[in-house]
Design a protein around this ligand. Structure first.
Ligand code: SAM
Ligand code: SF4
Length: 348
């Protein structure tokens, strides 16, 4: 398959609009997150076990199939597309897919973005900007290189910082994501926030979600953001603002820094009532909820026919099964994940 730049523009048509997707609770589905690979060059302790077994490469959708699937969703009303993983930038020829999908920007698609660990960002930043990527999320849980190594197991702090700088230099707006972890970055959160804001980045804090076996005890890592927030309020003035990025974060503006701070609180505050998202894996499985196991196999529909009508019907059927919400709980007795699959399968 020729993955050289420019081949999509002639090969792949723009999405033809079909009926929009509305779930049984009246929520329009306008946001698709796509895990383009379950593989990663880090092994963050809250996300994966060190000796993870990944999917056989033969089970993955090709980049052309991923493009066709994403385009079908755009035709059905998806306006925001986020590529994630695993680490999206370690998927071979990923820029081929990103360049291809960028043809929808200014058409059906308002935003093409990604969530990355930043390790490969320096290499790809300029091309991402050229493809119309305007904002990205970079995950960074600490500013201490030694702690960064201990939490990611395999990551290089300096490379991530280099990647963030390259993205900013290319004109991409970077938002930092940090998972709040008890006894790990608890005390560092004010510093992370002031660093982010001084560098022109928003910071979003995430509660650990009980997904997949990691070999670590989740109850030892869990830090409620309600607690983080009340501690921050002892030092900073947090003003509620209606700012929205299409995702589940609730934002405040920090008076002292002038920057924005987001909270993603699946455990202390259920964020499902306004959920507009569905998640596609790299094997073509659609999860209608991050915190539930029910899923739809779109790969069979995709491969059954070149006619998108079949695929479109399979997507419609899946949307009728979008649940009202997740039921994450930290199981204090059994210490088992609430959802068996890892975050890297559906990409957070
Ligand atoms: N590798 C990329 C990265 O780290 O940004 C994209 C995929 S990663 C699964 C997406 C986000 O999910 C990251 O911000 C990561 O910190 C977060 N994450 C991973 N496992 C999590 C868990 N169990 N609970 C909460 N957030 C988690
Ligand atoms: Fe990789 Fe992201 Fe999971 Fe860390 S959080 S192991 S970078 S997929």
């Amino acid at each position: 398959m020729d993955h050289s730049p420019g081949t999509w523009q002639t090969a792949a048509p723009l999405a033809e609009q079909t009926a929009p997707m509305v779930d049984p609770f009246g929520r329009s589905v306008t946001y698709l997150r796509v895990s383009v690979t379950d593989r990663c060059d880090f092994r963050c302790t809250y996300c994966m076990a060190e000796n993870m077994t990944f999917l056989p490469k033969k089970d993955l959708l090709t980049l052309e199939e991923l493009d066709r699937l994403c385009s079908a969703f755009i035709a059905k009303g998806v306006r925001k597309l986020r590529l994630t993983g695993g680490e999206p930038l370690v998927r071979k020829n990923i820029m081929f897919l990103i360049r291809g999908l960028s043809r929808h920007l200014g058409g059906g698609l308002d935003e093409l973005t990604l969530t990355t660990n930043g390790s490969q960002l320096a290499k790809h930043a300029a091309e991402l900007a050229d493809c119309g990527v305007r904002r990205i999320n970079v995950s960074l849980d600490t500013l201490d290189p030694a702690k960064f190594k201990s939490i990611t197991r395999w990551g290089e702090f300096d490379k991530v910082i280099e990647g963030i700088k390259a993205a900013q230099a290319a004109g991409i707006h970077v938002k930092l994501n940090a998972v709040a972890l008890k006894d790990f970055n608890e005390a560092e959160i004010p510093d992370l926030m002031t660093f982010a804001h001084a560098e022109g980045m928003d910071l979003t804090l995430i509660e650990t979600m009980p997904m997949g076996e990691t070999g670590e005890d989740r109850t030892d890592q869990y830090l409620p953001l309600s607690l983080v927030r009340s501690r921050l309020e002892e030092r900073f003035t947090l003003n509620e603002i209606p700012y929205k990025t299409g995702g589940p974060a609730r934002y405040v503006e920090v008076a002292e820094t002038g920057g924005r701070l987001g909270f993603i609180t699946p455990l202390t505050h259920n964020f499902c009532e306004s959920c507009n998202r569905v998640r596609l894996t790299c094997t073509g499985t659609l999860y209608m909820c991050l915190g539930q196991d029910d899923a739809a196999d779109l790969r069979t529909a995709l491969r059954a026919s070149d006619d998108n009508a079949y695929l479109s019907a399979a997507i419609d059927e899946a949307i009728t099964r979008k649940p009202k919400g997740h039921d994450f709980i930290i199981d204090r007795d059994h210490r088992k994940p609430a959802v068996g699959r890892h975050m890297s399968v559906t990409g957070g």
